[in-house]
Design a binder for this molecule. Structure first.
Ligand SMILES: [Mg+2]
Length: 261
């Protein structure tokens, strides 16, 4: 399908944002840079700390499509196309919607991430809290999802107390512009504000495009594949992945290059 048409609502700033997103991350001047010594684990949320493929993602996708139909008055096919193409282009459907359409971003985030039976929809590794607690160093959640949803998931999994902070999509904004992974300026600014040196950061993610862009900043990368849906590749180890794991149980303090199944 062709990408969505540019609309009259597309502004100079949105064009600038598109160009910025297509540019590769500027390589860090020194890949090791200043370091405070201890590792800082940056955990993605969905399909990293829990399995979102089974129930949560299908529900979020259905909710987003319905929201777009209701808000924009488009067909289901067009709504599905906008949802997927905006995720591909901007890293999050929300960013495309806010740039091209007059929607209420907070209402959108709340409506599509609120579930009556969140507990029943969650699936995670056995012993998750124990696994995370045994990992030395600071732990931060870095998610393109909204704050309330992220906190609700962490609380339901019984692991909220193990994280120093949650950086959700509301906290990635720059001035009035929404940002999301894999925006490089966003990550640099976010880590600076959190007092995290790039050389100490280890990103654990299921989304390879995020790992690929952020590896150029000099952070270390772990690709977790255990929750990926069957149609996505989960083999091999791309050059920008320091370690491939299936389970968080494979995380070890001394991160070394190599594979782990
Ligand atoms: Mg993810």
């Amino acid at each position: 399908m062709p990408p969505p048409r540019l609309t009259s609502a597309m502004t100079d700033s949105s064009l600038h944002a598109r160009r910025a997103r297509r540019r590769p991350c500027r390589v860090a001047r020194t890949l090791r840079g200043p370091s405070y010594g201890a590792p800082v684990w940056l955990f993605d949320l969905d399909n990293t700390l829990h399995n979102a493929s089974r129930a949560i993602f299908p529900a979020i996708n259905a909710g987003m499509t319905q929201y777009i139909i209701d808000a924009l008055g488009v067909s289901r096919d067009e709504a599905n196309h906008l949802r997927t193409s905006y995720t591909h282009r901007y890293g999050a459907t929300l960013l495309g919607l806010t740039r091209h359409h007059p929607i209420d971003p907070h209402d959108f985030l709340k409506v599509v991430h609120t579930f009556d039976d969140l507990h029943g929809m969650l699936h995670a590794e056995r012993g998750l809290a124990r696994t995370l607690a045994a990992l030395p160093g600071r732990k931060i959640v870095l998610t393109n999802g909204p704050e309330d949803y992220a906190h609700a998931v962490l609380a339901a999994l019984g692991i909220e107390r193990l994280f120093e902070r949650v950086i959700a999509i509301e906290g990635m904004r720059s001035r009035s512009h929404w940002r999301a992974k894999p925006d490089c300026a966003m990550l640099r600014g976010t880590l600076r504000r959190a007092g995290v040196a790039l050389a100490d950061a280890i990103l654990i993610e299921d989304t390879r495009s995020h790992l690929k862009r952020y590896r150029r900043l000099g952070i270390r990368t772990v690709w977790i594949t255990g929750h990926l849906p069957a149609h996505l590749p989960a083999t091999g180890r791309p050059h920008y992945v320091d370690r491939r794991i299936r389970s968080l149980k494979s995380l070890k303090p001394g991160l070394q290059s190599g594979r782990s199944k």
